[in-house]
Each structure stands twice: as C-alpha cells, then as structure tokens.
Design a protein around this ligand. Structure first.
Ligand SMILES: Nc1ncnc2c1ncn2[C@@H]1O[C@H](COP(=O)(O)OP(=O)(O)OP(=O)(O)O)[C@@H](O)[C@H]1O
Length: 604
C-alpha cells in the first residue's frame, strides 16, 4: 500500500533516486572492506614501502568517503522532488474526491471531516506524515535491504552466526517501533475531537470576531480553562504511553548492544591476540555497526504516519464514492422551468427528525414564490433539496416533468441560481465574486454589468478604488472590506449573473436580511422588473413586508405547506400567516424596526 503513491512519479526520477539510494546503501559494506584493506596493508608494510603500499587503499577509502557526501547532495533534491510529486497528486485526488460527490450530506459528517484532516497531505503535528513520506521511507528501506545483504556478507566472512545475532534483534526492533508508533497515532486520532474542541477555544480567544464577546462577557478565564481541559484530555494518555514506550526502547536498545558486543568482543580479541588479522576485526566492527545504522527509526515513523494517512484516504473513498457516470442522463431544455415537489420527505443523514413530510409544492414558470415559516420549519432544507445538495428520503422533485435524480448534476446547476443564507465571501476581486455565479461559462461583461445594476451594486462599485478589479478583502493589496449589506448586494449580483447567463430558477434564502429597508425595496423592485416572465424566483424571508410583493406565498409548518395564496388571500384567511404578519406590523407600529420606512413601504 505504501509504495502505491510511487505510481504518480515520473519513471526517470524514480529510477535515478532508487539507484542513488542503492549506491548509498552499499557504501557501508564497501567502506568496511576498504577500511579492512587499509588496516591489513598497514599491518604488513613497514618503512619505505609503507606510503607506496597504502596509496591505493587510501585512495579507495577517500573516494568512498567523498562518494558518501556527493550521493547525499544528489539524493536530497531528488527526494524532495519525488515527495512534491506524490503530495501534489495525492492532494489533488483528495480535493477531486471531496467535490465530485454532488450531494453535501457526506461532507457534513464529523467523521468525514476528521478523515479529510487525517488524509490531507498537510502534516500539522508530530504524528502526521504524508503518503510521500511513507513511499520515500519504504523505497529507502528496500534499497537498505540490499545494503543489509552486502554488510551481512562481510560479517559472514568472519563468522556466519554474527549475521543473525546482529540482524534479528535490529529488524525485530524496527518492526516493533513501527507498530508502537502506529498505535500511538491511532490513539492520537481517537482523541481528535478533543483537539478540535481545543482549537475552537484557541480560535475564539484570538479571533477579532469572538474577541468582542470574550471581552464584553468576561469569557477569557472560562475559555482558557476549557482549552486546557481539552488539551490535557488529548495529551495526558499519550504522555503516559510515550513514557512507557521510551522505557521499552531503552530495554530493547540494551538488547541490541549486548548482541553487538557478542560479535565485537571476539572479533576485537582475535585481532589483539593475533588469531585474527586486524583487517578482519576492523571490517567486522564497521560492517556490524552499519547493520544497526541501516535501520533508520525516522523512516519507521514516516511509515507509521503515512499508513494512518493512507488508511484515512481509503475510508474516505468509501464514505465519498465518486458517482459512476450514468448512461442517458437527461437534460432540462432551455426556457422556463416548472418545478414540482411531489410528496417529498426528508431527514438529515444520521438524524431521526423528519424535516419535510410528504410535501407537495409547485414552483410555476415565471412565478415569484415566497416561502415563510417559523425558525427551523425547514425552509433552507427545501432549498438544499432544490439545489440537489441532498436527495429526498421520500417522494421526488421534477423539473418540467423530469425527475431531478435523472438529470446530470451539472446540467441542473446551470439552470438554477441560489443565494444561501450563509453565503461565502471569497477573497477575490469584485468581478470574480460575481462571475462565480456561473463559473461554467466564459466571463460575460454585459451580464456582469446587468447583474450589478439589478442587485443595486453599481453605486458600491463606483466607490471601489479599482472598480470591478478591487479585491474584496483588506488583507489583499488594494483590497477593501465591505459591510454586511454591501456583501449581500455582491452575492445577489452573483445569483443574478447566473440568471443573465441562462439560469431560470433564482432561489434567495434571506437575501436582504442585512439591507436597510430602502435598499431592500429598490433591489426587489429591480428584481421584479429584471427577471422577466421566464425566470421563477423562490424567496425565503422573515420580513413579511418583503414577502408581500410575491405572486404567491406558502407557509411551511410541520414539514408541509399549510397555507398558500397571495398576501391578501392569506390575510383574509386569518390563519398563521395573518397572525405572523399582524405581530410584525405591530412591532413596526411601535417603532422597533425601521421606523421611518413604515408608512413609505406600506405596512398599515
Ligand atoms: N446539516 C444539518 N444536519 C442536521 N440537521 C439539520 C441540518 N441543517 C438543518 N437541520 C435541522 O433541520 C431543521 C430545519 O432547518 P432549516 O435550516 O431548514 O430551517 P429554516 O426554516 O430555514 O430555519 P431559519 O428560519 O431559522 O433559517 C432544523 O431542526 C435544523 O436543526
């Protein structure tokens, strides 16, 4: 499994690095032999012949030492290149996997988020390694195995038993080391929720946003204590395990030392009492030591860490399966859309509550439909189903008679444009922030200007230092920060840009909550005129003064549509809508909200 990422590396790079690593692995055995030669000659030669006789062994020894340095300077950049290739390919595959699933339910699961974190090739702590670290370590281990054979041959020339005496404890120690480190990482991962919670408090303590709450509510002491509690919850069991493992390591190190001495002492003694040549004794000492040092414990850590990342990647692939391209995906024809919810029921994955319960709803072509309901009634959920972010657990949605499930997700997305309540403020230019609304088409400047006009954004753009090119974040060069209301106009323009480039269903979830009443009225006035008769609009708003302009208003309650009609019809019906409207109108009258606009915008 660890070697699989090497498939993404160009063959010449892989071959070159493997050869260099192999040469590096063989160096200790060659050095042992050269050193043995050198000592052997020095032992035999005396007087004038000493220098001449030692010339070649000395030169060979020097070349080997130089080669060791040279090899390292070639290996390092190639190793870096290899890792960069693997990490890049792994990261891109992970991102592709995350976005290729058309629905969002899987991504919202905490387990998925933990796996994304564990699988991402972006180590944030001492346990995490990239698949590239694992693959490179494994490659080094394979080439080191050739070095083992060479050094073992040198040792075996002295005594065959010396090879297993040194090799067995050393290899057993490495296997044990990788296993222990893997266990440690697993334990670390099981406590990842503690780390995440700790991060929440750390972020809250330092972010300017929550900094206001921290100060005004005096939360600092409590948050620090919570941060400490989660951190200790995360680290204490790991510290205990690490201390225990360290003692074990000392014990095993002593075993290796005893085994080394079992070989070194007779070799050195033989050299001293003349039963063995000093050359052989030197080669044995050198080859024996190189066997120990060929087992690199840093590699063991890389292997264990990378295994955890690869296991997380494999589990993630099961949780987020790439959809198989279907034969015969249908498309929706250009032109107005008639969308229907037919007995649609929905429960969020992993929850028991039925949010939508056999709901029937028609969104007619060109209609401005408002959906109202109390908090938590399921309005945003309805929109998520409409956008294809979730599939209904019962019933079906159709567009011009075709089940949305049978449509290619991209084809449907081009026909619908959505402003979510929790829209995203991208740190991009104003133009990019708007054209993102229909990223599948080339930038259309006419549509861009029209969208800005309809969203009431033109006046805001005129004040931006670089106009459309101004980055919408002060952290960027020449960037500016917009107010909440101005951002809402940008996002409205984003949705309207999609309408101007082909979308025929515009969905707005609380699109004007941050707008002052005058701007809101202007925006809706322009929207009503701009959308023409072939674009349907679904509007969700708690401001019933906004909603009353809709062609039809539906009330969502208990997972179903319980009231439907125009504002006047619903008022005449004296049901829940009329009650909600009366409460809001009363608040207006008492001057709680936007007092000055009250008369102007028709709340009687
Ligand atoms: N991702 C989610 N996972 C699980 N439950 C969710 C999720 N999103 C919303 N819910 C639940 O579904 C229900 C409906 O939520 P939804 O956001 O659709 O209501 P809403 O009518 O839009 O509310 P509001 O007016 O406050 O925006 C709520 O009980 C909410 O807790």
């Amino acid at each position: 499994m660890l070697l699989r990422p090497l498939r993404t590396v160009p063959r010449p790079l892989l071959a070159g690095l493997s050869l260099l690593l192999l040469a590096q692995a063989l160096l200790p055995a060659a050095t042992a032999l050269a050193m043995g030669q050198l000592i052997g000659r020095a032992e035999r030669l005396t007087g004038d012949g000493l220098l001449g006789g030692l010339l070649w062994p000395l030169a060979a020894f020097t070349v080997l030492l130089l080669a060791a340095h040279l090899l390292e300077s070639f290996i390092e950049p190639l190793d870096w290149l290899l890792k960069a290739r693997i990490v890049g390919a792994h990261r891109a595959a992970l991102l592709r996997r995350a976005v290729s699933v058309p629905t969002i339910g899987g991504l919202e699961q905490p387990r998925t988020q933990q796996l994304v974190q564990a699988a991402s090739a972006d180590p944030e702590n001492w346990t995490e390694r990239t698949p590239a670290d694992g693959a490179a370590a494994q490659l080094r281990f394979i080439t080191a195995a050739c070095g083992f054979v060479a050094s073992s041959a040198v040792l075996a020339a002295f005594a065959w038993w010396a090879v297993p005496v040194i090799l067995l404890p050393v290899v057993a120690l490495r296997i044990r080391f990788v296993r222990r480190f893997t266990e440690l990482i697993r334990q670390w991962l099981t406590r990842a929720d503690q780390a995440q919670q700790g991060e929440v408090w750390a972020e809250a303590l330092t972010s300017p946003n929550s900094g206001k709450d921290v100060r005004t509510f005096g939360l600092a002491g409590w948050m620090l204590a919570e941060y400490r509690r989660h951190l200790l919850g995360m680290f204490e069991p790991l510290w205990r395990r690490t201390v225990h493992t360290s003692w074990e390591n000392i014990g095993h190190g002593l075993v290796v030392l005893v085994c080394l001495l079992a070989v070194f002492v007779p070799a050195a003694a033989g050299g001293a009492d003349g039963t063995q040549s000093a050359a052989v004794a030197t080669a044995v000492l050198s080859a024996g030591w190189s066997l120990v040092s060929l087992v690199d414990y840093a590699d063991g850590r890389d292997v264990a860490g990378a295994e955890a990342a690869l296991e997380a990647t494999a589990e993630l692939e099961k949780l987020l399966p790439v959809p198989v391209p279907r034969q015969g995906d249908q498309t929706v024809h250009e032109g107005p859309l008639h969308v229907r919810f037919e007995g649609v029921s929905f429960r969020y994955p992993g929850t028991e509550r039925t949010v939508l319960d056999a709901l029937d709803l028609d969104i007619r072509p060109g209609e401005l439909l408002a959906v109202v309901g109390l908090n938590g009634a399921g309005k945003s959920t309805l929109i998520k189903l409409l956008s294809g972010l979730y599939e209904p657990t019962g019933g079906r949605l159709t567009a011009n008679g075709t089940d949305l499930a049978d449509l290619a997700p991209d084809a449907w997305r081009r026909r619908i444009s959505v402003v979510f309540q929790d829209f995203v403020r991208y740190e991009l230019s104003a133009a990019d922030n708007v054209t993102l609304g229909q990223a599948s088409v080339l930038r259309d400047d006419t549509a861009l200007e029209a969208a800005a006009r309809d969203a009431g954004l033109t006046a805001v753009l005129e004040r931006l230092p670089l106009g459309w090119d101004t980055p919408l974040a002060r952290s960027r060069t020449d960037g500016v920060d917009l107010s909440g209301g101005q951002w809402q106009q940008v996002v409205l323009a984003r949705a309207l840009y999609a309408v101007h480039t082909g979308a025929r269903l515009l969905v707005l979830d609380e699109p004007t909550a941050h707008l002052d009443v005058r701007t809101e009225f202007d925006v809706f006035d322009r929207l009503a005129r701009a959308r023409g008769h072939d674009t349907s609009v679904v509007l969700i708003s708690h401001r019933l003064s906004t909603v009353r302009q809709a062609d039809r208003i539906v009330l969502l309650d208990g997972g179903r549509i319980t009231e439907s009609g125009s504002h006047d019809e619903l008022i005449a019906r004296q049901g829940t809508y009329a009650e909600m409207f009366a409460i809001q109108a009363e608040r207006f009258r008492r001057g709680h909200e936007d007092r000055i606009e009250e008369g102007e915008y028709g709340i009687e």
